[in-house]
Design a protein around this ligand. Structure first.
Ligand code: 4AD
Ligand code: MG
Length: 432
């Protein structure tokens, strides 16, 4: 019977054995009668060594036709080799080419980013992309583990919706039989309904914003995790955020050390990310920014450069809390101590990454919520069910949304969110 293929990440358990590795050829080098092939199998990279006098002529000839990204099955004995990537090499006895590749478009040279995004289906194979998306997968798993351990129920909220979740300005609209539907900007409103049924819930899914901005922080489709907790106030909400964010960082440091090294992430900068995070009120943040010579007045939203300035040199994220109501969404609870502001916060990551989380206590007073819906000019009839939550046992509650791509960009130290999602959707990009 044919032995099963061995995954490269498990090679240390097979030292001295003859195994078969299946994967794709990276770089190849020939020194006279010895050839070296890097074989990538999706779990890691191993160096395969073909010695002409030790293999059948067909095997030696096969290596000669191997071009980058050809698919192969390589059989050989596993040896410890500290100088090889991954610490092992294969002393090749057999080599089968299962899929020849010719003229692979991505070459080891500088390519423009548009070219790389056009070839995203292939670019995924490149080591930095591979590493970044593995960190993403670990962070997503850590999100589930964090909430599962704390007894939260995962709720799948709809993607097609009739209610505007955040702002009217960035909606994707589609026909829905006789009606209009939008792609969800958030799962939050449904999360609030579920919090009254299950107490502690989270939603986790794709969300959509027709952002007409081309920045390194905006996608039109991004993934968001949104917990919602009954009887939690804004203060407790910030504590939950700092616990979650710290846990995600810790998990990446613990389980993605190899990936972060490949990405050349200075992990020392993540070592002190733990509660409590830094805190500043919006009013104090505006004063501090004005003191730095930035042009900002009370009432204006903070821009990306303001966020960068506020977090300059910080060892962990910063909460900016209680923004003016006008710059935030309609559902945020009015601050009883200063009615111009809402009980809300943004969580800003250091090193120039800016907002990774937005959260708030929700308006639980029916009349005030209705007034905000009217002030924003939102269609009241779409919110009748949402208002029911204030009619039938209204309760204080809070929640937040953590953007997966922005969080992973910060943890991996990569500048652009477009590399943090397998197939980014941008204003000018729907392909591949
Ligand atoms: O601050 P936002 O808009 O908050 C909400 O959607 C709330 N409903 C969340 C809640 O309270 N349940 O978005 C939350 C986070 C941001 O902090 C950011 O990380 C991410 O979602 N985000 C984006 N990420 C990538 N591209 C975009 N266009 C994003 N817009 C928001
Ligand atoms: Mg926000």
């Amino acid at each position: 019977m044919k032995r099963p293929d061995v995954e490269v990440r498990t090679l240390s358990a097979h030292v001295g054995e003859e195994v078969t590795v299946t994967g794709w050829v990276g770089s190849t080098r020939v020194h006279g009668r010895v050839a070296f092939l890097d074989v990538r199998d999706g779990t890691g990279v191993v160096q395969a060594v073909v010695v002409k006098k030790q293999v059948a002529p067909t095997v030696w000839d096969a290596h000669a036709i191997l071009t980058k990204e050809s698919a192969v099955a390589v059989t050989g004995t596993v040896r410890v080799e500290p100088r090889a990537p991954g610490g092992h090499e294969l002393e090749v006895s057999g080599l089968e080419v299962t899929g020849q590749a010719s003229d692979y478009p991505i070459q080891p040279k500088e390519h423009g980013v548009d070219f790389l995004l056009d070839h995203r289906h292939l670019w995924l194979r490149s080591s930095l992309q591979w590493a970044g998306l593995r960190v993403r997968a670990e962070v997503e798993q850590a999100v589930h583990d964090f909430f599962y351990q704390r007894g939260f129920v995962r709720i799948d909220s709809p993607i097609l919706t009739g209610a505007i979740g955040e702002h009217a300005g960035t909606l994707f609209q589609t026909d829905y039989f006789e009606e209009k539907a939008y792609l969800a900007q958030t799962g939050q409103l449904y999360g609030e309904a579920a919090a009254a049924a299950f107490r502690k819930i989270y939603t986790f899914g794709p969300t959509f914003r027709a952002e007409k901005s081309k920045t390194r922080r905006h996608l039109t489709e991004f993934w968001m995790v949104e917990p919602e907790v009954a009887f939690l106030d804004s203060e407790g909400n910030m504590r939950l955020q700092e616990e979650l964010v710290s846990y995600l960082v810790e998990r990446a440091l613990e389980r993605c050390a190899d990936e972060l090294e490949l990405l050349e992430r200075d992990t020392g900068k993540l070592g002190s990310v733990r509660p409590p995070f830094h805190r500043i009120s919006y009013a104090d943040a505006v004063a501090r920014l004005a003191g730095m010579g930035r042009e900002i007045e009370w009432g204006a939203d903070l821009g990306a450069p303001d966020e960068v300035a506020l977090t300059e040199g910080l060892d962990r994220p910063l909460f900016v809390y209680n923004y003016p109501k006008e710059v935030k969404a309609f559902y945020m609870k009015e601050n009883p101590d200063d009615r111009r502001t809402a009980l809300c916060n943004d969580c800003l990551a250091p090193e120039g990454h800016g907002e990774i989380v937005g959260g708030s206590q929700r308006e639980d007073d029916l009349e005030r919520l209705l007034a905000r819906i009217r002030e924003e000019g939102l269609p009241e009839e779409a919110y009748d069910w949402y208002l029911d939550l204030r009619r039938y046992g209204s309760f204080p509650h809070s929640g937040f949304g953590l953007g997966v791509e922005r969080t992973v960009a910060w943890i991996t130290g990569r500048p652009h969110v477009r590399e943090m999602i397998p197939f980014p959707r941008l204003m000018n990009r729907l392909k591949p």
